[in-house]
Design a protein. Sequence first.
Length: 298
Amino acid sequence: MTREIDIRIGTLVGGNSDAPSTYIKQILPHGFESISITFWQTTGGVDLARSAELVMEALAGRNVTVSTLGIFGNPLEHEAIDHETLAAWEALIDNAHLFGCNIVSGFTGRVRGKSIADSMPRFAEVFGELARRAEDKGVRLAFENCAMGGNWASGDWNLAHNPKAWELMFDAVPSDALGLEWEPCHQMVQLIDPIPQIRKWANKIFHVHGKDATIRRDIIAEHGIGGPADWCWHRTPGFGDTDWTTVISELRWAGFTGAIDIEGWHDPVYRGDLEMTGQVYGLNYLKRCRGEFVANPV
């Protein structure tokens, strides 16, 4: 007896390249179960309909899904590139169905140099409209919890890196179409315990990035977090401090079904020629943490 995979383990694939489908074909034999296609700031003139056709051809006959389409930029500001980011959100919402996908993810953006609270009116203006567009298309919007160097007082890219900010965001736009693209790494590097967050925010976790962190508390004890010594590193799952068995168990307990997609290209060790070595190790590690379905005796 088999059943549909409840939590898939996959990876991120850049959408701005000429042929993401070619890359997908090369990595599928490793056993990835889902693909998150991501764009940086703009779709870059990519013909989304044609890209979707090629991606779906690459996935044909395989039990692999497109989990999300991602756009990472600042749709709240007014420079030319910011307007392109906002247009990309709209285009991905409109074309997600072509990829068999119903989640579009990315940064919220923020009003540059302003506090999270001061950015909320602009967030409500932009994502109020995008939420209505998504609702009409049967799409959900998921915000990655990455600070991108910002903090509560100021920043350039993203509001959605702090649980208090989430409260303000979801109060400002009270739509079931808005949620989180959550990962433990971005909380750990703020010294936030990620596990209790799952219990509190599970109903808003739409997608999970598979990225971990290594925290050197001995360095923090000696130098603090503002000294010259590095004290945290982003890691591929299986090489960091996160208890992914507990993460997956808590997600399942809360009823999460969806994908954990490995966000590679960050690990200080498994990079360059070792990138795919690390990603495939992370893939198999997360599958072990999830477990494989075994039918009960009749």
